[in-house]
Design a binder for this molecule. Sequence first.
Ligand code: ZN
Length: 279
Amino acid sequence: MKTLLASGLLLAAMATGSAAEMVYAYKVGAMEVFTLVETRSTGGTGILVDGKGTRDAIKRYLPDGKFPMEINAFLVKNGEKNILIDTGFGGAIIDGMRGVGVEPEQVNTVLITHTHGDHIGGLSTGGAARFPNAELFLSQPEQVWGSGNAATVAALAPYAGRLRTFKPAAYDGDAVAVADGITAIAAFGHTPGHTVYLLASNGEKLLIGGDLFHVPAIQFPVPEVSVIYDSDPVAAAATRRQILEYVAREKIPVAGMHLHYPAIGTVEKNGDGFRWQAK
Ligand SMILES: [Zn+2]
């Protein structure tokens, strides 16, 4: 469901066209969730791992080979708390946050799905924390993996002393809470510590699915097709199917960092695969 954006700036932008489409507002119970678009581009099938079934899937579901691709982050307003999930590169998403009344200094918590540059690139600017008052949450296996990467180490460095690492549980394991109403779920495969976050408030839910999906036209009907960015394409595919089964069964809406605007939708079972319906 859409909610009216309180910001006069955004309402003005909405009247004139595309600028407003950089932010989408959605409600999960008492939580306000905002899709913040960082960049938009057109993707190609060259990012798909050329494994069993890939060529057939392209022929059937994406014959022209092109799809809209975004980099998104998500902002959650929950009472007095502002929670940012991933950071993009710290460009347009910052304007988007400001447009809905949140300055970087007002972010209380940053939750990271994984340490690729398009997810943590906005953490720091000029060696300083862009979110100086935030606690930073990162899964322990991802922190271990990222500690071998100079860019990741540099991005995390300004958060020393307020970096919280945790061990996410499986979707059917003991829930690991990282903020009020938000739990972390292990979704390893895209990276060794890739984590998705489940929002729950007043009986409503939303799964922030990180990088489970890059090519929705193909990966919902055929979850076995992975992308070349997946550290472990086999594990990524197994995780994708497992989480899709879970959200389809529980009727939990899903958001994704590379899904097309508004990047939130519903999933239902369709034959051997799944059907994606954007909001
Ligand atoms: Zn990504």
